[in-house]
Design a protein around this ligand. Structure first.
Ligand code: NAD
Ligand code: ZN
Length: 353
């Protein structure tokens, strides 16, 4: 069976949901809990049940779906259910869902009784290639994303593309942005390969495997984001500001991947100005993201608001806005501090496309 071995756990592929049995049989767990949101409870739990009809002895915990529920209130609900159902320290929590479920579930597990074991079964493309690897757990507070969290490692991550059958094209495309990002920051051939795909649905398990491999290599080398791990933030400084703005100002707001796709175009412009990204690579990056995401209208006049959001980014140091920028497709620099004027110029570059 194809898998990636991390220093702490294994990531399983090959639509290998049945490996769950093996992982659960390695120890005598006092209780098994499965956490889902309302959507994955309805759409993904039946997939798991069908593959593993023998898995019957578990208690289900369900939270409402959506980022707005990744909060301490729902976390308390999870802890309370664990208590009510008498979870002791030998219990295990299986997180079955997108990044909201895997982030909040792993946070709840890593803090309950000072930490119980947990296992990730990510069901969105984004959570498979990004959220489920790297050991960051978290919840949001007062609209600040992931501000409360821990570093904690799962027993295993089990990846199956079966779940994509019910995932919308829009969510698929959003997750695809992180796959493209992995190519730009670490592997030019992989970038070329995925940038040729007709759309996000054309992604194969081999692409997901390699994308996880790239993220895993980075987080293994730098688990606590002292250096190299910062390269994963490419596109996220401007992208995150646009995402936050869109969330508070637009009815049909941008998804995470859609926002960082815009961020990656703007930040590629910065990269050309500051770290020697060639004009050709800038053009390739720009065309690739426009092909999958189209052009978003960054409204004229919101630049100050976007800059204010960027100034609050937890990655900044001493009030300076910090960026991770590729010097060529396939390699990325980090800790590049950029002046406001140039950031405005990068937004203008996007607007001019
Ligand atoms: N821990 C990390 O390192 C890390 C990295 C990246 C992102 N994240 C977090 O991940 C979250 C975003 O993840 P996401 O995009 O998966 O969001 P999500 O969990 O909100 O999932 C998106 C939507 O898809 C639904 N869904 C999930 N699987 C489905 C399926 N198979 N079929 C149909 N619908 C399905 C969900 O119910 C939800 O409505 C954010 O909270 C972000 O902070 C964490
Ligand atoms: Zn991201």
């Amino acid at each position: 069976m194809k898998s990636i071995q991390n220093s702490n756990y294994q990531v399983y592929f090959d639509n290998s949901l049945s490996v769950l049995n093996e992982v659960l049989a390695r120890k005598t767990y006092s209780k098994v809990f499965i956490l889902t949101d309302e959507v994955t409870g309805e759409l993904c739990l039946p997939v798991l049940r069908e593959k593993l009809p023998e898995l019957t002895d578990f208690d289900l915990i369900e939270v409402p779906n959506g980022e707005e529920n990744k909060t301490i209130d729902f976390c308390i609900g999870i802890w309370r259910t664990l208590l009510d159902f008498e979870a002791d320290r030998n219990a295990i929590l299986i997180n079955l869902g997108g990044g909201v479920v895997t982030d909040m579930g792993s946070f709840a597990a890593s803090t309950f009784k000072r930490g119980i074991e947990f296992l990730q079964i990510p069901t969105t493309l984004l959570s498979q290639v990004d959220a489920s690897v790297g050991g960051k757990t978290g919840i949001d507070m007062d609209d600040v994303k992931n501000i409360i969290g821990t570093f904690a490692q799962p027993q295993a991550v089990i990846i199956s593309t079966e779940f994509f059958k019910t995932l919308s094209d829009r969510e698929m495309t959003s997750g695809f942005a992180e796959v493209i990002k992995h190519g730009i920051i670490a592997d030019a051939d992989f970038f070329t390969d995925v940038a040729q795909l007709e759309n996000a649905r054309a992604i194969t398990e081999a692409h997901i495997y390699h994308s996880v491999e790239i993220k895993n290599n980075v987080v293994t080398e730098d688990p606590f984001e002292k250096g190299l791990r910062k390269t994963l933030n490419y596109g996220h400084t401007i992208g995150h500001a646009i995402e936050s703005w869109s969330l508070s100002n637009e009815k049909n707001s941008l998804l995470h991947g859609e926002a960082i796709a815009i961020g990656m175009i703007c930040e590629a412009y910065l990269a050309m100005q500051l770290v020697g990204l060639s004009e050709k690579d800038l053009a390739t990056i720009t065309e690739t993201f426009l092909k999958y995401y189209g052009k978003y209208n960054i409204r004229e006049g919101i630049e100050n608001e976007l800059l204010n959001i960027m100034k609050q980014d937890k990655k900044n140091q001493s009030g300076k806005i910090s960026f991770s920028l590729p010097d060529k497709i396939g390699n990325c620099k980090f800790d590049i501090f950029v002046e406001e004027k140039l950031i405005r110029e990068s937004l203008a570059y996007y607007q001019s496309l």
